[in-house]
Design a protein around this ligand. Structure first.
Ligand SMILES: [Mg+2]
Length: 249
């Protein structure tokens, strides 16, 4: 069950040292990272909070963010498939993608409304992604059922639909990076807004799992333990500001 973030015991949040965060719908307001998010991030960074970007978007976009956002370090892209560290070659965290097979499956499962490849396909190798194009959750669930019949995983976010033969798992990637950063899983908070963030919310994996207010409307297999009152980037600030206020005490 997901409870309001306001009920999270302060000692649990105060112990957090790393935040693994989704980007779209979680740090954004109307599709852009807000100045309020950047400002809040700067304060938290100065107090020692390490932020790891974990997005479903392509390695190309994630690398740009890791390089240019003022307090970013590394980024995980393509729903846990690739790790981007500026000035180092991208690391593939999952088995290589069987591209032709995934194209075939995409064609077979969506004959009525063909899936449209994302424009970022040139910068993506971990999975094959398509525009969601306004499909409802029920419509995407039907696609997921058909993909599963062919042994292919299908997950989705507010913007994209992803196909892969490996189980997409943002949380598994976060655990690998946390080990390199020497951060214990109990000291990690995670935050996301959509179905492709479920790996970040899996029970017993992380100290504090949070969804933005958007998650109240979702039917999730792995719901977060806590939910912000605010939506999107404002929800992100709500969580990080709560953490900041505890560090100052
Ligand atoms: Mg999202």
């Amino acid at each position: 069950m997901t409870l309001p973030l306001a009920k999270l015991p302060p000692s649990q949040l105060a112990a957090v040292r790393m935040l693994a965060t989704d980007i779209d719908g979680t740090m954004t307001v109307n599709g852009r990272i807000s100045l309020e998010v950047l400002h809040t991030w700067a304060i938290a960074d100065a107090l020692g909070l390490r932020v790891l970007l974990v997005t479903g978007r392509s390695a190309g976009e994630a690398l740009g963010l890791a390089r240019y956002l003022p307090h970013a370090r590394w980024a995980v892209a393509e729903n846990g498939a690739r790790l981007l560290i500026p000035d180092q070659p991208p690391e593939l965290l999952v088995p290589p993608r069987p591209t032709e097979h995934l194209h075939d499956v995409a064609q077979q499962i969506a004959r009525d409304q063909p899936l449209r490849l994302t424009a970022d396909a040139f910068a993506r190798v971990g999975d094959l992604a398509f525009e969601r194009d306004g499909r409802t959750d029920a419509e995407v669930l039907e696609l997921q059922r058909r993909a599963a019949e062919q042994g292919v995983h299908l997950i989705w976010s507010s913007v994209h639909i992803h196909l892969s033969t490996h189980q997409p798992d943002k949380g598994a990637a976060v655990l690998k990076i946390a080990e390199r950063w020497d951060v214990a899983p109990e000291a990690i908070a995670t935050i996301g807004d959509s179905h492709n963030d479920e790996g970040l919310w899996q029970a017993q994996r992380f100290g504090v799992t949070v969804g933005t207010a958007e998650v109240a409307a979702l039917d999730l297999r792995h719901p977060p333990a806590w939910r912000t009152a605010a939506y999107g980037g404002s929800g992100w600030c709500e969580l990080v500001q709560a953490w900041i206020s505890l560090q100052k005490n």
